[in-house]
Design a protein around this ligand. Structure first.
Ligand code: NAD
Ligand code: UGA
Length: 365
């Protein structure tokens, strides 16, 4: 058991039923003696913890101010994860995206400031937008285009490119948190995750959710259904994928070290895991074939689709997102250690185990 010396005793996880929240709750329950108050509208991913005496679950919306206040009051630390954070929504339901990423969580920020609770808030690497060079029509510059928390400008597209509603809402909330720190003494830490991946991420369309999930689940859906993996605009854009276990290590370091993380913004990502989306598809096809030798006869393939076709009008992509993680290394003593192949092997294994049965039933029906 770790972190007995940390000041955390009671922690409130808003959005604890999601991908990151479920992993964070799992780790806290396994490694600490903290009591977790978990709030989410959907308990499916946390069903294993519901009977744990150190876990109290509330199936409420964060808009239920009085009910949420009860749990904030009982906690010393609040982690805010609630969001609509799926790119297929940013240009299709932009008002809901702004609401869920700015308007609603702003109330949580205000309550944490008023109640003197420590807030760990989940922002996103999308606040950086595109690289400066990409906007200027120049090649990637490994000095100026690496994203740094305290110096890199945040470069979003025009208003008509509605993809940026999410990044803009998250950025405005970061600015509100910063201002509450300055004006109202809010004790906060802002986390900018870089494409965390792992078990329990998103859903498979038609099985346990509807719509278009993020790329990992899109590719898993294709692999499990023997359909082509769709490469948006050829899969030329690049991401830096981070194993959820490394990410949770970073979060635990933030929670355990309030002095080193207070009033800081941290990039949490693994620069060594940068790859193009076309490259990601290739690795996933290879790993899936290795993990499912019974599919040896299936020839998996990719198919290029335009972003207009896949996401609709108003979508624009980030070209590359490479984090500078020296702040987290220096202040938290954290470094990621899981390579992309290992992270994907674990994630793919999870989806195979979790969904093969449901997919087989669907085929029979
Ligand atoms: P997720 O969608 O899996 O989890 C979000 C959870 O919030 C869901 O369980 C949902 O039911 C819940 N929720 C949404 N609105 C709610 C409301 N009004 N009341 C109660 N519950 C509500 O997302 P995630 O991947 O776990 O991401 C968590 C946070 O991290 C988000 O703020 C997201 O923007 C940020 N983030 C995640 C990543 C990543 O790699 N997964 C990257 C960048 C930023
Ligand atoms: C994600 C989401 O905005 C958030 O969850 C989060 O804040 C952030 O980035 C993050 O994870 O750090 P993005 O990386 O664009 O945004 O979302 P993905 O759906 O994972 O897409 C990654 C890339 O794959 C994009 O270029 C997308 O166009 C492409 N893609 C997606 C495909 O080529 N095929 C697909 O089937 C799905």
């Amino acid at each position: 058991m770790t972190n007995r010396t940390s000041s955390v005793r009671n922690i409130c996880l808003l959005g604890c039923g999601g991908f990151i929240g479920s992993h964070l709750a799992e780790r806290i329950l396994a490694d600490t003696d903290w009591h977790v108050f978990g709030i989410d509208r959907n308990p499916a991913k946390i069903s294993a913890f519901l009977t744990n005496p150190k876990f109290t679950y509330a199936n409420i919306d964060i808009d239920s101010a009085e009910a949420v206040d009860e749990y904030l009051n009982r906690s010393d630390t609040v982690v805010s994860l609630v969001a609509l954070c799926n790119p297929s929504l940013y240009n299709t339901v932009p008002l809901q995206v702004i609401d869920s990423n700015f308007t609603r969580p702003l109330k949580i920020v205000e309550r944490c400031a008023a109640l003197r609770k420590r807030l760990v808030h989940f922002s996103t690497c999308e606040v950086y937008g595109t690289t400066i060079s990409y906007r200027a029509g120049m090649p990637f510059n490994s000095t100026t285009d690496i994203f740094r928390e305290e110096s890199t400008p945040l470069v979003l597209g025009p208003i008509s490119a509605q993809r940026w509603t999410y990044a803009c809402a998250k950025q405005l909330l970061e600015r509100a948190i910063f201002a509450h720190g300055k004006e109202n003494g809010l004790d906060y830490t802002i986390v900018r995750p870089f494409n965390f991946i792992g078990p329990r991420m998103d859903f498979l369309p038609g099985i346990d959710g509807e719509g278009v999930p993020r790329v990992l689940a899109c590719f898993m859906d294709a692999l499990l259904s023997h359909k082509p993996l769709k490469l948006v605009d050829g899969g030329r854009n690049r991401r830096t994928f981070t194993a959820i276990t490394d990410a949770i290590d970073a979060l635990m370091a933030i929670l355990a070290q309030p002095k080193n993380s207070s009033r800081r913004i941290f990039n949490i990502g693994n620069p060594a895991n940068e790859i193009s989306i076309a490259g990601l598809a290739k690795i996933m096809i290879d790993l899936y074939s290795e993990l499912r030798p019974e599919c040896a006869d299936v020839s998996f393939c990719t198919q290029t689709v335009s972003s207009m076709e896949f996401y609709g009008p108003g979508y624009e992509d980030s070209d590359r997102r490479v984090p500078d993680i020296s702040l987290a290394k220096k202040l938290l003593g954290w470094s990621p250690s899981v390579c992309l192949t290992d992270a994907l092997r674990v994630a793919i294994g999870f989806y195979i185990k979790e969904y093969s049965g449901a997919l087989a039933c669907r085929e029979v029906v």
